[in-house]
Ligand binder design. Sequence first.
Ligand code: GTR
Length: 412
Amino acid sequence: MLHAQQEQVIYDEADIPKFTLPDPLVAADGTKIDSAQAWNEIRRPELMELFEQEVYGKAPPAPEKIAFKVTESSDDALGGKARRRQVAIQLTDDPKGPVMNLLIYLPKTDQPVPTFMTLNFFGNASIENDPAIQLPQSWLRNSSDKGVDDHKATEKLRGASSSRWPVEMIVENGYGLATAYYGDIDPDFDDKFQNGIHPYFYKEGQKTPQPDQWGSIAAWAWGMSRGLDYLEEDKEVDGSKVIAMGHSRLGKTALWAGASDPRFAAVISNNSGCGGAALSRRRFGESVKRINTSFPHWFCDNFVKYNHNEDACPVDQHELIALIAPRPCLVCSAEEDRWADPHGEFLSAHYASPVYELLGVEGLTAEEMPKVDEPVLSRLGYVIRPGKHDVLVSDWQRYMQFADAHVMGKGK
Ligand code: GTR
């Protein structure tokens, strides 16, 4: 820890070393990418492979068949305002294997609804004080505030994170919310991948992922795709309008989920920072070295090569956003969240924009970093709001404004 603190953290634009970003529209062999076809056939697959190999690690394919069980259901949730469903999704082909519990709230309508798919940090029961929500059974980070004792949930967990989850408002606006605990997929601590989903995919004799195989972020993103597998089957949900959303490490996860699974209709990242929307080469706030040191399990082992060596990485994070093109993507920063480098998050969207334009859709319409609370809600959007690293009710209002325009097609 002391060692990590001795690392100099850049918090001044003047201290950022000079760097050149890789051009998303130039292939590794120097070919200029000048058509949608060249993007789709050459550059996009090449970038996907580089992100898999060098940053997040390659995830295994989806299980052969989707197996799930609806474990609870009510048409009278939230005081009669919503429907609630709880679904146990089997993550592997092994019926005795790991299960991810999806909690879904839906507006009461006969139409299939657009739905936010997002992971949560403390279990489904933490998002809403609703006694019907099953308490998480997976390992939890201890927290007396949240009511987690000895890595297990207590009744105090119910609704402990509800300030981040305005469920009623979401449902009243015509959206569904589907959420699962990220620890159902892989508990968030470094145990060299002995627990969680990873061991289920080891080859005989394998004890840990190879340097280019999935870390935890890739596993969580893969879990989001398993949630989407289910949502596509659910008649109450419009499977063609599922929006991947996530905050912080789960914002990094939402971006990677959206990049690696084109079925996600749109992506919203909140305060995702290093390894998410922020450009690594800026080294502003959290650096690659710092994140790999504090969280050695998040990325694949190859990413360690870029500790203090960001310029050697064949990709940077604007190309992660480019992988989401032409689908809508909203990058959200918070003014006081300097650790996540708001300006670097803006620049990623800025430098991804030419890919959106090449694909014939609107990119980021602002040339300059917008002022606080002046959201740029173009198809590739960016917003910086006042305040800290967090998810606020006003953030959700903005997500829905964005989704109304670009997923529901209601116009801006
Ligand atoms: C921090 C980490 C960030 C961000 C954040 C979070 O400690 O440095 O990259 O992911 O955690 O997830 O809350």
